[in-house]
Design a protein around this ligand. Structure first.
Ligand code: 5AD
Ligand code: SF4
Length: 444
């Protein structure tokens, strides 16, 4: 179906949002829309928003303001806004009041209704607001138009039941729901048939996969099943909550040849006192014990994490415990965040919010601690031959390719751009703090 209409989607936030945008692309392309990267050329612009930290939210408002003049120039332009921010009534009220030129407002639970919402708007020319408070039954069969043709995201579950005291996600994504394994496997088979080599299984807490299913399949069992699918060469997953990471899963990671040697395992803070107030339900000792078991079973594993700095009441001693965990584990890299107050979460009401200057000073010390660890973890690769999935070419030189190792390290090397999407062997010749460099080789 061709309707000559053009769309663009701007996405903020996590992989979950990125994949939601791929699903919206799939629906729009089925309707005959084609994708452009230029707002001026678009007939439909969708903002898929994030609420997890304040700066993501502010950026959306800033960008939305810029659309007002576009809409004035082109009154037929449809502007949609969806994603986590829209799950919050206060945000919807601001949009209705201050950004009345927006045409569609919908949430995280009903993006499958996008075609219907567009049709309603076309008929009425009114602002259509349709946000569901809860997720309910998982909607299957929404076609995704994926960003890449060699690696793909697959949702295995939606929502979160953990209510970490700083986090807004349980309020925007609802309660935990697992997809049926048959639906997941069918999607994996289809991707394998289409030539995809790598899949990333997505969930807010993949380790609790299956708890809502009648069949009570565990995540480890699901991994073992997916590992059998011919054609798929690499399996990744995120995110893992330490409290739910079972020995069964560690053994499945060890045994399944396609499951990559990389684990993203957020610890958030090193002090037991802070972890308790964060409602994380593990201690520093438990976390370190878990890391010990993982390293023992999968010695070449690469470990990454999320860390929050400046949680309410965090003392200098608490923060130093975070630094100690970082050093003891020796992370390959980490996503580091300044604590951001999110209205509606328990932590937002806590006293002892940490002043910005202290947060920033600690944040810098954390980065200074992480940097040499990252460099050290890369040095191990010097002279090694690694398998790389070629993702594309350098922005400035299309004879330089880049790709990722199974351990998720970024590698640059010379080669033909026709290798995009292929698995190749690269001999590492230079190691830097954040990247590796090497030469294509046919050695195993
Ligand atoms: N402030 C700062 N970081 C946060 N995260 C979640 N909520 C907040 C917040 N209020 C971080 C956590 C989580 C990651 C996705 O975002 O580290 O693991
Ligand atoms: Fe947020 Fe905690 Fe759920 Fe992760 S596990 S999404 S940090 S509430």
């Amino acid at each position: 179906m061709e309707n000559n209409k053009k769309y663009m989607i701007e996405t903020w936030g996590c992989q979950m949002n990125e994949h939601d945008s791929e699903k919206m692309s799939g629906m729009l392309e089925t309707m005959g829309y084609s994708k452009v990267e230029d707002r001026e050329k678009s007939d439909l612009i969708i903002y898929n928003t994030c609420l997890v930290r304040e700066n993501a939210e502010l950026k959306v408002y800033g960008n939305l303001g810029e659309l007002k003049s576009l809409k004035r120039k082109n009154p037929d332009l449809i502007i949609g806004i969806c994603g986590c921010m829209m799950q919050k009534k206060e945000v919807r009220d601001v949009i209705k009041e201050k950004y009345g030129f927006v045409d569609l407002i919908f949430g995280t639970h009903n993006l499958h209704k996008l075609p219907e919402l567009i049709a309603n708007h076309n008929q009425t020319s009114k602002m259509i607001v349709d946000v569901w408070e809860e997720g309910g039954k998982i909607v299957e069969g929404v076609p995704a138009k994926r960003k890449h043709d060699f690696k793909a995201f697959i949702n295995i579950m939606y929502g979160c039941n953990n209510f970490c005291s700083y986090c807004i996600v349980p309020y925007t994504r609802g309660r935990e729901r697992s997809r049926d394994p048959e639906d997941i496997l069918n999607e994996v088979f289809k991707l394998a048939k289409e030539g995809y080599k790598e899949i990333t299984l997505l969930g807010q807490n993949v380790n609790s996969y299956g708890k809502t299913l009648e069949s009570k399949l565990s995540f480890a069992q699901l991994l073992r099943m997916i590992n059998e699918v011919d054609g798929i060469e690499r399996i990744r997953f995120m995110t893992s909550h330490p409290k739910d990471l079972s020995e069964e899963l560690i053994y499945a990671m060890r045994d399944c040849n396609k499951v990559c040697e990389h684990l993203h395992i957020p610890f958030q803070a090193g002090s037991n006192r802070v972890l308790k107030i964060m409602n994380r339900k593990y201690t520093k000792e438990k976390y370190l014990e878990l890391i010990g078991k993982i390293k023992k079973e999968i010695p070449n594993i690469s470990l990454t994490t999320d860390i929050i700095v400046g949680f309410p009441g965090e003392t200098e001693e608490d923060f130093e415990e975070t630094l100690n965990v970082v050093k003891e584990v020796g992370f390959d890299s980490a996503f580091t965040f300044l604590y951001s107050k999110r209205e509606g979460t328990p932590a937002a009401k806590m006293e002892n919010q940490i002043p910005d200057n202290i947060k920033h000073e600690r944040f810098q010390r954390l980065l200074d601690t992480l940097k040499p660890l990252s460099h050290k973890s890369n040095e191990k690769y010097n002279g090694e031959v690694v398998e790389v999935l070629v993702e594309g070419t350098s922005k400035t030189d299309d004879t330089v390719l880049s790709g990722r190792t199974r351990t998720n390290k970024l590698v640059h090397f010379k080669g033909d751009k026709g290798l995009r999407g292929q698995l190749v062997n690269v001999k590492i010749t230079t190691t830097k703090t954040w990247t590796l460099e090497g030469i294509l080789t046919y050695e195993e």
